[in-house]
Design a protein around this ligand. Structure first.
Ligand SMILES: [Zn+2]
Length: 140
């Protein structure tokens, strides 16, 4: 992004646009692993509608940072869309809303109870302890 736009700020903005949407997993993890309720999947920040909004913002406010934000966010969602083999509508917020955020309808196979590994594998330390906690939430 820095090389393309010539603005060093484009780099951290693109990284933020590509990483920060995953913060929405906290809400789903709360429901799944704290409340032990696997019926719903929300993923509020994983939304093709928001990608369109980012590109509209970039068109209305043309700047290296706005283009970098849209490109970073698009990359995040495209990698999830094709990397996780979900339905074509899984990352459409309107579809999730219409389906009542019903995990069995939104996701091809419902919630994978091992989803926590996507988080724990990123931990630089304490991975075994964290995985033990998540497993303990599934056992009881
Ligand atoms: Zn994601």
């Amino acid at each position: 992004m820095w090389a393309v736009t010539g603005d060093p700020l484009a780099l951290p903005v693109a990284v933020a646009g590509g990483v920060l949407p995953d913060l929405d997993h906290a809400l789903d993890y709360y429901h799944w692993y704290w409340r032990r309720d696997f019926r719903r999947v929300y993923l509020f920040l994983h939304s093709w509608e928001l990608v369109v909004a980012c590109y509209l913002l970039a068109a209305l406010v043309p700047a290296p940072w706005s283009f970098a934000l849209a490109a970073g966010y698009f990359t995040q969602l495209a990698l999830d869309q094709f990397g996780y083999r979900v339905h074509w509508y899984t990352y459409l917020l309107a579809a999730r809303l219409l389906l009542g955020f019903d995990a069995d309808r939104v996701l091809p196979h419902g919630v994978s109870k091992g989803s926590y590994r996507s988080f724990t594998r990123l931990l630089p330390a304490g991975r075994a302890r964290a995985e033990g906690w998540f497993r303990s939430r599934l056992d009881e």
